[in-house]
Design a protein around this ligand. Structure first.
Ligand SMILES: C[S@@+](CC[C@H](N)C(=O)[O-])C[C@H]1O[C@@H](n2cnc3c(N)ncnc32)[C@H](O)[C@@H]1O
Length: 198
């Protein structure tokens, strides 16, 4: 479904500017450190982090999207290590200073538990994790995200998912998004930025 959607898009489906959570919170980047962007689509977040001086690895299921991610970085004179990979095929034993999970709400509660455990594993002790997505208020707006309420995040879901981590930011808010043609309009968003215990 995603490959077809990207292939049918005229240009970058979610644009080439980073997600608002990174643009609004540039302190999340750790220049000189390593970053993993999971299910990163066409690379808007990976390319931005590389531009901040991070060594960026990314993966996504869609070959078309990953091709665009490589092109985006190259156009900016940057390098990202972008892979075509499904979530299940990724090597989760690899550790990073920063792990970014932006709009990965393609799973319900059961798989989400497993996915959160994978994100935790990929974050090095003391490293930082960013999870960004929609809250249940987003359902039915038609401005982005899946239709399933169960896939949405609340503060409780994010806090419980990373219990014991030091929370640097946990915010639920409204924001106008203009990310390509994929996410356009007022959106109900939530961010967790947290540090893994040493
Ligand atoms: C809403 S898009 C977000 C893309 C990117 N994170 C961004 O913010 O621009 C969701 C992405 O998840 C990817 N995806 C969906 N299921 C996946 C899976 N099982 N493994 C890896 N990537 C997947 C899709 O190809 C798509 O690029």
């Amino acid at each position: 479904m995603w490959e077809d959607r990207f292939a049918a898009a005229d240009g970058y489906l979610f644009g080439t500017a980073p997600s608002g959570v990174l643009a609004d919170n540039p302190w999340i980047a750790r220049p000189g450190g390593s970053a993993l962007c999971v299910a990163d689509g066409e690379g808007r977040n990976a390319a931005w982090l590389a531009g901040q001086g991070m060594q960026v690895t990314s993966f996504d299921l869609s070959p078309t999207a990953v091709g665009r991610a490589r092109d985006l970085a190259a156009e900016r004179g940057l390098r990202i290590d972008a892979h075509v990979s499904g979530w299940e095929d990724w090597d989760w034993s690899r550790r990073f200073d920063l792990v970014c999970a932006i709009f990965i709400q393609f799973t319900g509660p059961e798989d989400r538990k497993r996915h959160f455990a994978d994100l935790a594993r990929a974050t090095r002790p003391g490293g930082r994790l960013l999870v960004h997505g929609y809250t249940p208020e987003q359902v039915g707006r038609g401005t982005g995200g899946p239709p399933d309420r169960a896939n949405m995040y609340t503060e409780e879901i994010l806090r419980q998912g990373f219990d014991g981590w030091r929370i640097e930011r946990l915010a639920r808010y409204e924001r106008h998004q203009t990310s390509g043609s994929g996410h356009v309009g007022d959106a109900a968003l939530i961010d967790l930025v947290a540090r893994k215990p040493e």
